[in-house]
Design a protein around this ligand. Structure first.
Ligand SMILES: C[S@@+](CC[C@H](N)C(=O)[O-])C[C@H]1O[C@@H](n2cnc3c(N)ncnc32)[C@H](O)[C@@H]1O
Length: 236
């Protein structure tokens, strides 16, 4: 087992989470409640966010033991261990049973690699056949605010429309083009992505794809809905 490593993707995730937390500070209530995170990875991206937002506390979960080990070292090295904690285990088993007051906001760069089965380079990154199983599970978990990465090749239309059916609006998002990396370039995955896109379940170019980090909210005080803009931004 290895630890997830994709510098551009993690940097985009961290920067976007920071922007969205700052911009929607009063609505997301993170200064009072903290946030929870699905999928810590090596923790570098969010450790830097915790460092730059003094009132932020993050309770994070990862199913990968090497990731948790690396994350704890990186969090300690950045001096934020008192505000960024990591537990080994499935987010969906642990976050609800952790006790303490409820949290309104979850953040995640979730596993979104689509493949016919879990037998891929890093099985912890498998997002199901269309890549969006984990993000759909997260949207169905009942958090009022979900800040999550949405990849253009992982059936984003179903994700965004399901979010709408569940009562979420897209408050805002930050999108970026990424080259196919270590995990999406694996031939089995790449072929599957080509088929998914040809069948109308996503978008990808020959050499890359788009990822947006979006804030889905049910908060009636947050204005607007950028769901259609998000889907346009993911098209290649
Ligand atoms: C795409 S990586 C993102 C890591 C990190 N947040 C970043 O952006 O650099 C997704 C992470 O989610 C973890 N993961 C997968 N399924 C999980 C689950 N059910 N609960 C908690 N973590 C999970 C994987 O082990 C992996 O480290």
């Amino acid at each position: 087992m290895t630890c997830f490593s994709s510098a551009d993707e993690s940097a985009h995730y961290g920067f976007s989470v920071c922007m969205l937390l700052e911009h929607y500070r009063s609505h997301l209530r993170w200064e009072d409640e903290g946030v929870v995170e699905l999928g810590t990875g090596d923790a570098t991206a969010i450790a830097d966010v915790v460092r730059s937002l003094p009132g932020l506390r993050v309770r994070s979960y990862d199913i990968s033991a090497p990731s948790v080990e690396a994350a704890r070292a990186n969090i300690a090295a950045r001096g934020v261990a008192d505000r960024y904690t990591v537990e080994l285990g499935d987010f969906f088993d642990q976050a609800d049973s952790a006790g303490g007051p409820p949290v309104s906001t979850v953040i995640s760069n979730p596993p979104y690699i689509p493949a016919p089965d879990r037998d891929i380079r890093m099985p912890e990154l498998w997002g199901g056949v269309r890549g969006n199983d984990l993000v759909l599970q997260l949207l169905k978990a009942g958090y009022p605010n979900v800040i999550t990465a949405v990849a253009s090749y992982s059936d984003p239309e179903t994700t965004v429309r399901t979010a709408g059916d569940l009562g979420y609006r897209v408050a805002n998002f930050l999108a970026m083009g990424l080259d196919f990396g270590t995990y999406s370039s694996e031939p089995k995955v790449r072929d599957h992505i080509r088929r998914l896109c040809a069948d109308g379940h996503g978008w990808a170019a020959d050499d890359g794809y788009m990822v947006a980090v979006a804030l889905f909210t049910t908060d009636p005080d947050v204005p607007g809905d950028r769901a259609d803009q998000l889907l346009k931004a993911l098209q290649l």
